[in-house]
Structure formats: C-alpha cells, structure tokens
Design a binder for this molecule. Structure first.
Ligand code: GLY
Length: 568
C-alpha cells in the first residue's frame, strides 16, 4: 500500500505527543580546544592524546590508538582483524582506507556447510574462521600517506603496555570472564586471557610478552614483518598445523585498498561515510535520504513519530541490504540506484504514517536478480575518533568480529585471530545468528571481503568539520550511528546527550522493533498500537562522537560503558 501524502495531517494522527522520559544524560560533555580522542578504552584514549600533545596529527594518534587497543582491549582491538579508516584532512579532502579481512585463497563457497547441509560453527570459532588480517597493513598505509611522526614511536606505547603490563579494570575482567567458554577451547588463549583457569581480577597487572615481541618487530621492521616476515611465517605455519587456511602467499598478497568515500547531503550537512564492502555507509545515506524533508522529527527525539518514521526507513534499508550489498570487486553493488532521489522518494512514499509496515510486506526495492542467503554478524567491534589542532579528523572502526574473535591466539605471537569469515553469507537460504539476511552478493569467494556494518562517518557543514562518529555493535552499528547523527543534526543535542539517549533498532527481519533500556513506556505502548512488535535490547551500537561547536571540540562516549573522551 502506498501513501503519497505522508506529511500532511501528521498531527491528527499523533494526538498525543510523547517525549522520552530520559532524553538527556546528566553528564556534561567533555570539551577541548586543540585536540581530542574518544575511544572505548581509557588507556588507549590517553595514548592518542599524548601523541596529539607531542605534535602528532590525527592519523599519527589514530595509529597509536589502534595498536594500543590491540593490547588493552583484546575483545575487539586487534592486529589479527581488520576494519575501516576514514580521514578528512584539514584541506577538506577525504580518504577511506579499507583494511577489511579477505577470504584466504583456499576458501570456497560451501566451506561452512556440514554433511547435514546445515551451516557449521567453523565460521565463528577455531582456526578456519579467519580471514586474512588487514589491521597492520591498514594502519601502515594510512601512516605512510598522512602520518608525520616516527612509526616506531607510534607503536612504542603499545609495546610498553604489552611488555610491562597495565592494570586490569572491571570492564576487561568481565569481558575475559564473559568469553571464557570460547577462550578455554584454545590452549594459548586459555593461558593468556584466562591465566589457565585463574581469571584476572580488576586491579591486577596484565602482561602480554609474546604480543610485545610481535609489536616490537612490527615497530622495527614495519608491516612487512606481519605480511612477509617472521610473523607471517609463524602465522602461516600455525595455520597449516591446525587445519587453518591462511598461507604465506595470502599474507603476502593482502592489500589495504584506498576507496572513494560515499558522500551525501542531509538538512544542510554533508555526510562522508564508508563505501562497500561496508553496507553501513550506504545505509546511513539511504535512511537519511528517506527521512530527508519528511518533518519526521517535529515532535522531538524518541517521540512516537520520530521512532516510527526512522524505524520504517531502517526496515527498507535492511531489505535492500539483504540483496544488493557485497564486496564491489566481486559484485556490482548498485550504489547509484539505491541512493537515487527517485528511488528514495518511492521508498519514502511507501511509509504509512499511521501504521508499521509488516516486514513481510517490505521487499528489496530494485528490480535486480540475486539469490537470497543469510549472513551472520557479531556485536563486538570497536570504534574511535580523533581530531587534531589543525582540523584533521579520523574515524576508525575495526574488529575481530565476535568478542575475542575466533578464540584462537597464535602460539608465540600473542594475538587473537578474527572470525570475520562469519560475515559472509555462509549458506543460501538459511537464517543466521543475528537474523540478518544477506545475498549472493556476499557469498564466499577466495580473496573477497565480507560485507560489514561498520561505518566510520564524518559530517561537515559549509565545508567545515562538524562531527566524527562511529560505533561497534554488528547490525546495530548502522542504526546506532544514524540516530546519533539525527540527535545532533535535527534535535540539536550535544555529543554526550546524543550518545546517551536510549536508542531503537529495526533490521526488517525479524519483524521486531528493539528498544534500548530507558525507553519511555508510553511511547512503546503507542508504537505497539501502530503494529510494532517490541522487545528490549541492551545496546544499539556503543556510539562515540566528537562534535565541533563554537570553535570547541565536544566529545561523547556512552555513560553506559567504559570509554573515555580525552582532550586538551
Ligand atoms: N564484524 C562486524 C562487521 O563488520 O559488521
């Protein structure tokens, strides 16, 4: 059913304007004049701040934070995974580095289908779950293009934290314990992260000597050590010994790819975001495009009207995501069509202002042929933003997929491997862990990069930096980042209030509107009356943001979590 007059008469349809009960956090945003780092782990944020204070630029600081997180936040920070780095330089030019993992040369379409025809768990756990890691190459390429300090200096804090240790906080102690069932299965992970059955307590010192040696070699010999040196040889040998797929040739052939970021406009702001193989960046632009000019937000953030229209935009994007998104080197992603004003107008017009559109009535919108398959995704990843005194901004999201990745630590090398192969569509037609539905576009092929929700994003206004934002959270990365952009741009919230506001998530299938803790129950009741099936959820991304306002940097990291805004 199509409604062409969706804006007129909206007030009559929402007789009670319901505002959220807890719109704003009690926390004042941290502000700074010169530079700022916002990260999910405080020690790493301080490492980045120190680089900025000593004259490093935002890329230098991002490299230092990326390696530090590999030590202090092993659940997601990594050198055994991959991700995306978006940089907007002070000269106004933007660049995107894709260092997503690639399927090994020995990978094949049905490698995770068991004899019973069902997907196995091998894409999630164990030696066969890993794609070729990209993080070291990604940071190295960004450094070579835009860094200014000595490479070894940027890795020194990570080496030191690994060698001499750091104090375990409650968050890390809980993360290690929370993943004990995975870590226990691998002798090296069990030894390092669970201390052979005597898990670390908050306040104890955690040292990682093998990781320190690996980082030291990368600091001295560069990324070549990881891809064509001692680390590469040891990693490939361990893979061969345990039935894994990654070979020395896979590592040698791995490339970080500089891509053109996706760009779009929304309510007077320019949005710069991640291109495929991220699905998230296209999602942000598509959902903003559907919401553009709808007057969807006139009743305020998290009002019935705002949630309804935003959730409907989410449903339509996730339907398209299920079919048209994949690695552009292997699948011709119809980016232009999916973002064309005409197509967005059609999607907008299909929203019923008074009723939820059931998931079963929403289909991928373009007329293209592709087989339907399912795709899995994890909730664990990490994001950080850096802005320096010159106005360079960097947003990085990187991951080993699940918390602590595949659960495998390479013996003698001290780092965890990713289970990013699970972000491919493992089996045509099967439901997945997160209910996300993928397509042939994301089927496994050697060398291909799995589809990702990660979408580091930078927003500008009148050509000037306005915001850097991103999040971990699997399929909820995209919807989390979208809402924080809306909260800041449309609802004029500060960075801290925006990240703290309870969020919602809808991914088309399952046909459920997830509401984060703290959502106004009256709003929920009104949404249920409109046809939404609601369920509570802990997190919708853990969004980190820096906003530039009145010449000051304003940072936001969720009060619900352990991140830090470090500025000077
Ligand atoms: N592994 C999560 C993502 O890339 O979306």
């Amino acid at each position: 059913m199509r409604f062409r007059t969706f804006v007129a008469g909206l007030c009559a349809l929402f007789p009670v304007v319901l505002f959220p009960g807890s719109a704003a956090s009690a926390k004042t945003p941290v502000t700074a004049r010169h530079g700022m780092v916002v990260a999910q782990e405080p020690i790493a944020a301080d490492v980045g701040l120190a680089v900025l204070k000593h004259g490093g630029n935002a890329v230098d600081a991002a490299v230092a934070v990326g390696f530090a997180l590999a030590v202090t936040h092993p659940a997601a920070g990594n050198i055994g995974g991959g991700g995306f780095l978006l940089v907007r330089l002070a000269n106004g030019k933007s660049h995107f580095v894709d260092f997503r993992e690639a399927a090994p040369g020995g990978a094949s379409r049905n490698m995770y289908i068991g004899p019973d025809g069902k997907p196995t768990k091998d894409s999630l756990f164990g030696w066969r779950a890993s794609g070729v890691p990209g993080s070291v190459k990604g940071f190295s390429e960004a450094y070579k293009k835009w860094g200014t300090k000595k490479w070894a200096e940027l890795l020194a804090p990570a080496v030191n934290l690994a060698r001499n240790g750091f104090t375990v906080d409650q968050a890390l102690a809980s993360e290690m314990l929370g993943s004990a069932s995975t870590l226990r299965n691998d002798p090296e992970s069990n030894r390092i992260f669970l201390r052979d059955g005597k898990p670390y307590q908050a306040g104890e010192t955690f040292r990682q000597p093998e990781l320190a040696s690996t980082l030291e070699r990368i600091a001295t010999k560069g990324a070549d050590d990881f891809y064509d040196g001692e680390t590469a040889r040891k990693l490939a040998a361990a893979m061969a010994a345990h039935g894994g797929l990654i070979t020395e040739a896979d590592l040698k052939n791995y490339r970080a790819i500089e891509r053109k970021p996706l760009e779009g406009a929304y309510h007077g702001y320019e949005i710069i975001t991640a291109p495929p193989p991220s699905a998230g960046g296209l999602g942000i632009l598509q959902m903003l495009g559907i919401l553009n000019g709808m007057g969807f937000g006139s009743d305020g953030p998290n009002s019935v009207k705002a949630v309804h229209y935003t959730a409907e935009a989410m449903r339509r994007f996730y339907a398209d995501r299920s079919k048209y998104l994949g690695d552009p080197a292997y699948y011709d992603v119809p980016v232009r069509q999916l973002l064309s004003p005409q197509y967005l107008a059609e999607r907008r017009a299909s929203i019923n202002p008074a009723q939820a559109t059931p998931a079963a009535e929403i289909q991928p919108g373009l007329i293209l042929a592709a087989a339907g398959v399912h795709q899995r995704e994890s909730s664990e990843t990490t994001h950080f933003n850096v802005v320096d005194a010159q106005g360079n901004a960097v947003a990085v999201t990187y991951t080993i997929n699940n918390s602590f990745g595949s659960g495998i630590t390479v013996p003698g090398l001290g780092f965890l491997l990713n289970d990013e192969m699970d972000d491919f569509a493992a089996k045509p037609g099967s439901p997945n862990l997160f209910g996300l539905i993928g397509a042939d576009a994301d089927a496994i092929q050697p060398g291909k990069r799995p589809l990702s929700s990660m979408n580091p994003t930078i927003v500008t206004r009148d050509g000037k930096l306005f915001m850097a934002v991103g999040a971990p959270g699997g399929s909820r990365i995209t919807t989390g980042v979208l809402q924080v952009i809306l909260d800041v741009v449309d609802f004029h919230m500060n960075a801290q209030d925006a990240v703290d506001l309870p969020r919602f998530h809808d991914q088309w299938k399952p046909d459920i509107l997830y509401l984060q803790k703290g959502f106004n129950p009256d709003v929920e009741a009104a949404l249920v009356k409109m046809g939404y099936k609601t369920k509570p959820i802990n997190d919708v991304g853990r969004v980190e943001a820096i906003v530039v306002r009145n010449g000051l940097l304003e940072g936001g990291t969720e009060s619900r979590h352990n991140g830090k805004v470090a500025g000077y």
